[in-house]
Design a protein around this ligand. Structure first.
Ligand code: NI
Length: 318
């Protein structure tokens, strides 16, 4: 049982620099998340959110702005150089604008596609992400995604990887992306840089030894990482624009409602350790695909050149 996972993530809502985002102490919810009927059951939430207060926002300064300019991005050391900036990410060309409304025939949502085959500069894409697993409901989520021709990114926790190696292999085999959510889900802000690196490197090694693949993105527990830690970790960071609050509501319908509001470019946060979340995935996939949205991995959503030290995921394609 990963006590603290969900509430920890909830605390990171404070990071979201969106209008209407909640402060950690507020009882309200982000404007894009409906008031779930099951809120009353979230009795565990406050007790496990150890740092939902002052510590969390410290890292916001380095996050990518919604337009991808990454103006607050870290020191020059982690910048690839202005001259090498990928051209397409900034302003859409006429053809991109045209294409954004309707998927091309070869990339119709719902059709099984090999990973990496969707061009999210041209079609509508959303990245579903599942944290804190793998666990007992992961296979169910995988089956749903596979049968719908959808992909997602699983931010795995090292201890869970160790406990469920077969599921990790199944995730990769199914064309899913694996992200790194630390070894045992601590609040990283209180750790030394060496400890932070170890939290992520252990997961990298474990996943690589199982699958041959090393996770590209990291997602710190609680979204919490100091500015200095971000700047020295030299990894792309993945956050989210749509928080389903599934850990809190533990309610299938509320999770469906929240996730189905995702728009092109969004990263959606869920947790595959809750049965209600797994049960919500079929309808979420159906709702989003019905809007012409392709469900892709974070790498596909962001493109091929995520920048180290930059936090992606504030609701628009970086
Ligand atoms: Ni988590």
């Amino acid at each position: 049982m990963l006590a603290g996972c969900a509430p920890s993530d909830a605390g990171s809502r404070a990071l979201t620099p969106q209008p209407g985002a909640v402060s950690p102490s507020a009882s309200s919810q982000p404007s894009d998340v409906p008031a779930p009927s099951g809120t009353g059951s979230a009795s565990t939430a406050p007790t496990e959110g150890p740092t939902s207060g002052s510590g969390t926002p410290s890292g916001t300064g380095t996050d990518a702005t919604p337009d991808g300019s990454a103006s607050g991005s870290p020191s020059a050391s982690s910048k690839p150089g202005a001259s090498s900036k990928p051209a397409p990410s900034g302003k859409p060309s006429p053809s991109q604008t045209e294409g954004s409304g309707k998927p091309s025939p070869s990339t119709k949502p719902g059709q099984p596609l090999p990973a990496g085959s969707v061009n999210c500069a041209k079609v509508k894409c959303v990245a579903l992400t599942f944290d804190d697993g793998p666990g007992p409901y992961t296979q169910q989520v995988l089956d749903t995604l596979e049968s719908a021709g959808a992909r997602a990114t699983f931010f795995v926790v090292g201890t869970q990887v160790k406990a469920h190696p077969g599921l990790v292999k199944a995730q990769v085999k199914a064309g899913m992306e694996l992200g790194n959510h630390s070894w045992d889900h601590p609040n990283l802000e209180g750790l030394s840089m060496a400890q932070v690196r170890r939290e992520f490197s252990r997961v990298d090694q474990e996943v690589k030894s199982l699958t041959g693949v090393t996770p590209r993105f990291v997602r710190p527990p609680e979204g919490a990482l100091t500015k200095t830690q971000k700047n020295t970790l030299h990894r792309p960071l993945a956050y989210w624009g749509v928080d389903t609050l599934d850990w809190k509501t533990r309610n299938k319908e509320a999770t469906i409602k929240a996730a189905s509001k995702a728009k092109a470019g969004d990263i959606v946060l869920m947790h595959d350790i809750h049965p209600q979340s797994a049960a919500a995935v079929p309808q979420i996939v159906k709702n989003l695909q019905a809007k012409g949205i392709h469900l892709v991995t974070i790498s596909e959503l962001i493109g091929s050149h995520p920048k180290d030290g930059v936090g992606y995921g504030w609701g628009k394609r970086p």
